[in-house]
Structures are given as C-alpha cells and as structure tokens.
Design a protein around this ligand. Structure first.
Ligand code: NAD
Ligand code: WQD
Length: 338
C-alpha cells in the first residue's frame, strides 16, 4: 500500500518514513520545507535502503494534492505537516490558523474527491485541558487550550471527526503525542530545530555540543518530587512504530479512533538533565529561571488503550532516548547543515 506523508521531511515524519519503508509500504512525501530540508529524506532512503517519492509543495496547494492522488494509488494519508512552535503561535496566530487548519481542510477535500478514506493525524497532548487528573486518558477533557497552536490541533481534530461522521467510509486516527525526543539509532536523522530550541531535549543536546551556554530550568517550585516540570518523553522511533500500528488498526475500523502515544511514565526536567549527563558523560550547566507561562506541573499519558487496541507499546527507555539524541547531535552538531 502507498502512504502519502505530509510533512514527511520533518522530525517525526522522517522517522515514520523509515518505519513505513522498512515495513514494505510505498511512501510519497509532500513537504514545503518550511521547517526542514530535503537532506532528511536522502538519509531516510539511505537508512531504509529503499526509495521514496518527494514533492516540494504546500499542503494547501489543492492542485498539487490532486495530481498526487491522481498519479499514485494512495491507501492512507499521514498528516504531519504543520507549524508547531507554541510561542510563535501566540505572536503569529493567523499564520498558524491559516497553515494548520487550511492544510487539513484542503487535504480532506482532495482525499474525498479521490476516494481516499484513511487518515492518521498528528495531534498532541496539548489538546487536553489543564483540569484533568493524571494520567491523561483518551476520554479526559479536551479544550481550554492555552495558545493558538493548541487550538489548531483541537480544531483539526474536530474537522476530521465531522468529516468522518459525514463520510461513513472514512477512518480517522487522531494520535495524541506526548513529548517526542531521541533520534534514529543510526544517528543519520534527528531533530533539527531552526533557531534557539523551544523544547527541553534539543536545548539540552545543544548545550552538550557547545552551541548553547547553559539550560534555563523553567521553575523549581512546582508540586512535583523535585519542583521541576514532569513530562512523558517518548522515543521518536516508538512514535513512528505507533503510526504503522494505527494504519493497520484503522483499515479494519471505520470512524473515529483516538490514541495516546506516550510511555505512561513522567520524568522531571532535572531527571532529564541527570539522565543525559549519566549516559553521555557531558556536563549540562543549568540555572533555575522563572516558570514559563502556560506550563503545567505534570503531564503524562495512560498508554493502555493503545496497548490494548493497537498492540503498541513504547520499547525504548530514558537511557535509549538520551543515547540516541546524543548520537545524532554529536555526529551532526549543526543538524543537517553539518
Ligand atoms: P517538524 O516541523 O519537524 O515537521 C513538520 C513538517 O511539516 C516540516 O517538514 C515542515 O516543513 C512541514 N510543513 C509545515 N507546514 C506545511 C505546509 N503547509 N505544507 C507542507 N509542509 C508543511 O515537526 P515535528 O516535530 O516532526 O511534528 C510533526 C507533527 O507532529 C506536527 O503537526 C506537530 O504539530 C505534531 N506534534 C509534534 C510534537 C513535538 O513535540 N515534536 C508533539 C505533538 C504533536
Ligand atoms: C518540557 C519541560 C518545561 C525548555 C511542548 C508543547 C506541546 C508539544 C510538545 C507539540 C517543561 C521545561 C523546557 C527549557 C525547561 N508540542 N523546559 N527549559 O512544554 O511539555 O510541550 O512540546 O504538540 O504542545 O507545548 O515540552 O520540551 O517545551 O518542555 O525547563 O529550555 O521542560 O518548562 O517542564 P512541553 P517542552
């Protein structure tokens, strides 16, 4: 079966392309490279020892999508393409709503026209509202998002849900990722943020490689064991495997399917710093800074539904995540630029 992967040149998309190729799927990627580069796809093909097809286009370009669906027999779409920086979305809400919502709508319109009924969507733990008890289950409350990025995920889920309701042949998988980190064990592909990283793990690894001076730990007075924020970090290769499991499941299950992709275990910021230091032997200087607006103290998933219905479970542990992050960063200190 051929899978159309939007945003396939990005961090999670590139790892998922490897997994798809290795599992025997044909892969067609559409990506406008707004936050990635084509080199990632060259490396994907090198790792898998197989070719994929790449189109450098915007997912909002209906004609480009139509011509792909006309040319290839696509059985399923994985929709990664989107802008994802929380702070930037607060400063540039219209760009985020335009990019993330119109890409979803245009994609669905083109899929409907070409009778492609299966879509896996990159959702996020950010759609869960802040008033839930932990762990977060798929039935936990959603909404009350704290930034435009989060609303685009919430609204895209709703767009897809309504589309599936109106088109009973459709199957949608809404995958709510927790905190993806790590890199492919080959060290050939990994996370390559533009500018100063917003997320913890790329920040730590850029400190380790000497690109940044020290880590700011955003708050040490949370109600957590060591006072720093707790999150559910998951290896990007586990996440990639979760997409293939979701495709296999949704082919036999029409309608809406929502799954958490997390490990179910929370680690604090200082746990992450210590684990990274232990695994890599690098010292990570840090300073305690004020809390970051919008952050919650503790966020972690229940992965039970994914285990039960998808037969999927995270296999990599915290040491693996740190080792693979460092393997990527130390061999590619400037990311894909060198
Ligand atoms: P990424 O930025 O590395 O990948 C996104 C890709 O989409 C990039 O290659 C970018 O060039 C492309 N893109 C963006 N807008 C596009 C458009 N209009 N047309 C074509 N291509 C476009 O991000 P990622 O970390 O790989 O995330 C992938 C998806 O997962 C995103 O939708 C993101 O919101 C979601 N997600 C990410 C995380 C995370 O922490 N990384 C967590 C939860 C959800
Ligand atoms: C993790 C912890 C920070 C950076 C974000 C998005 C979410 C999702 C994943 C896409 C927190 C602390 C961080 C730093 C720090 N993305 N931290 N110093 O906030 O859980 O989630 O990325 O959907 O939507 O909000 O991840 O990696 O930014 O932060 O102390 O320099 O590390 O306060 O406790 P977060 P993160």
């Amino acid at each position: 079966m051929n899978v159309l992967v939007t945003g396939g040149a990005g961090f999670i998309g590139s790892h998922t392309c490897v997994e798809l190729l290795e599992k025997g799927y044909g892969v067609v990627v559409i990506d406008n490279l707004v936050n990635s580069c084509e080199k990632s796809l060259e490396r994907v093909q090198q790792i898998a020892g197989k070719d994929l097809v790449f189109y450098e286009n915007d997912v909002r370009d209906r004609a480009a999508l139509d011509s792909i669906f006309e040319k290839y027999d696509i059985g399923c779409v994985i929709h990664f393409a989107g802008l994802k920086a929380v702070g930037e979305s607060v400063a540039m809400p219209l760009e985020y709503y335009d990019n993330n919502l119109f890409s979803t709508v245009t994609l669905c319109e083109s899929m409907r026209e070409h009778h492609v009924n299966n879509i896996v969507f990159s959702s996020s733990a950010t759609v869960y509202s802040g008033d839930n008890e932990m762990p977060l289950r798929e039935s936990s409350h959603t909404g009350m998002c704290t930034n435009p990025y989060g609303w685009t995920k919430y609204m895209s889920e709703q767009i897809l849900r309504d589309t599936a309701k109106a088109n009973p042949d459709w199957s949608i998988a809404l995958l709510r990722y927790f905190n993806p980190i790590g890199a492919h064990p080959s060290g050939l592909i990994g996370e390559d943020p533009r500018g100063i990283p917003n997320n913890l793990m790329p920040y730590i690894s850029q400190v380790a490689v000497g690109r940044l001076d020290h880590l700011s730990v955003y708050g040490d007075d949370y109600h957590t064991p060591d006072g720093t924020g707790v999150r559910d970090y998951i290896h990007v290769c586990d996440l990639a495997a979760g997409h293939v499991a979701a495709i296999e499941y949704m082919l036999g299950h029409k309608g809406e399917n929502v799954f958490n992709l997390g490990t179910g275990t929370g680690y604090s910021v200082l746990d992450m710093v210590k684990a990274f230091e232990r695994v890599t032997g690098k010292k990570i200087p840090y300073e305690i800074a004020p809390r970051r607006p919008g952050d919650l103290a503790t966020v972690y998933s229940s992965p039970d539904k994914s285990a039960e219905l998808l037969g999927w479970k995270a296999r990599y542990n915290l040491e693996d995540m740190c080792r693979d992050t460092w393997n990527w960063q130390s061999h590619n200190p400037m990311g894909y630029a060198g």
